[in-house]
Design a protein. Structure first.
Length: 273
């Protein structure tokens, strides 16, 4: 059995992962902004569940909570960056504060949790970090520009980090779920709509989401179990695309980007000094 540290455990994949791990006998350090949300699990699992209040956009709080979790629990085997913020609007529609919150939560928050955990993981000589990204960390959809900006950014960070920490027996896995049947859609933050975008791809996607017809094909239970199972895979897989749409859309994006690059080969090589 292992000990997991998970951010954003109040709902969605974070809550489900916490429940499944506890049910399988693991120990969980769960962090969230409203700790009372997990009172039912604490009553059921007792000392198996360690809970702390945490807003990942508060860097000092991140350091304090991560340090306390390692001090209280000893070895932590797996750190899961799951806390997230989803801004759903056209790029022109968002407020400055919304943009900052998107980056502070999904990028800086994840980076600071990772930075706080790394000295402890190095000291114990092993560990895994799971970074919950999205299919939107490799492909894009209209109306999610700032969400994509955060996911593409954290994937670049994690891919680099994996090279830096592999000598310390620390594995990094970027988890890329597609659209899942969780409360993700209901938790998305929106902005005042500009009529100019009504008949654009942004307007089309907005109407799909608003009408409830945006396809949600991912099975949260299977995705969470895949996250648990990947810990037993060595070396750690750098990426895991989870869901039919994740595989299809990421593949299409990569194929398109490669075709564009190959078409520019002559131009690229012409710039050699």
């Amino acid at each position: 059995m292992k000990t997991w540290f998970i951010t954003g455990t109040s709902s969605g994949l974070g809550r489900l992962l916490t429940e499944k791990l506890l049910n399988q006998g693991h120990r969980v350090a769960a962090t969230l902004r409203k700790p009372e949300v997990l009172n039912d699990l604490k009553a059921k699992y007792g000392d198996k569940l360690w809970i702390a209040q945490l807003d990942v956009s508060n860097t000092q709080s991140v350091k304090d909570v991560v340090d306390k979790a390692f001090a209280d629990l000893g070895q932590i085997d797996v750190v899961v960056n799951n806390a997230g913020y989803a801004l759903f609007c056209a790029a022109e529609e968002a407020s400055d504060d919304q943009i900052i919150q998107q980056i502070n939560t999904n990028v800086i928050g994840s980076i600071q949790v990772t930075r706080a955990a790394l000295p402890h993981l190095r000291a114990q000589g092993e560990g895994r970090i799971l970074q919950v990204s999205s299919a939107g960390g490799q492909t894009t959809y209209p109306n999610f520009s700032y969400y994509h900006a955060s996911k593409w950014a954290i994937e670049g960070f994690c891919e680099t980090l994996a090279q830096e920490v592999s000598p310390f027996n620390i594995g990094i896995t970027i988890v890329e779920p597609g659209a899942h049947k969780t409360d993700f859609g209901g938790s998305m933050v929106t902005a005042p709509v500009l009529d100019a975008y009504d008949k654009t791809p942004a307007g089309y996607v907005r109407r799909l989401v608003d009408s409830g017809t945006f396809p949600l094909t991912g099975d949260p239970d299977k995705t969470v179990q895949a996250m648990i199972d990947c810990i037993n895979t060595t070396p750690a897989p750098l990426r895991m695309a989870l869901g039919k749409d994740a595989y299809t859309d990421i593949r299409a994006s990569l194929v398109s980007r490669l075709a564009e690059l190959d078409a520019q080969k002559e131009l690229a090589l012409s710039s050699i000094v």
